[in-house]
Design a protein around this ligand. Sequence first.
Ligand SMILES: [Zn+2]
Length: 102
Amino acid sequence: MSPRRNTPRRRGARQDQRRAPFPGVVGNQQRESGSDGDWVVRRVSGAAATKTYRCPGCGQDIRPSTPHVVAWRAEGSSDDRRHWHSSCWEKREHRGVRFPRR
Ligand SMILES: [Zn+2]
């Protein structure tokens, strides 16, 4: 019997995604890790934004046709995705925005 060799490869995989030369091949999605955990982030173009969403960062509406980001927990289900203004998403680390828990 050989000992188990279950080398975790998550870190490497994340690096690969970030460095993908063609962002399109990973579906325009990337993993981001912050102080509040790991997230999957997808950029939504203005053309693809057809509804109004509430941004959890500033509490304001994201109007249709506004390019923004969708983020959800890497470990959770994608049902729990949230729509953010791009700038709010980038600022959330600095402002210490807490992802609301259910
Ligand atoms: Zn916002």
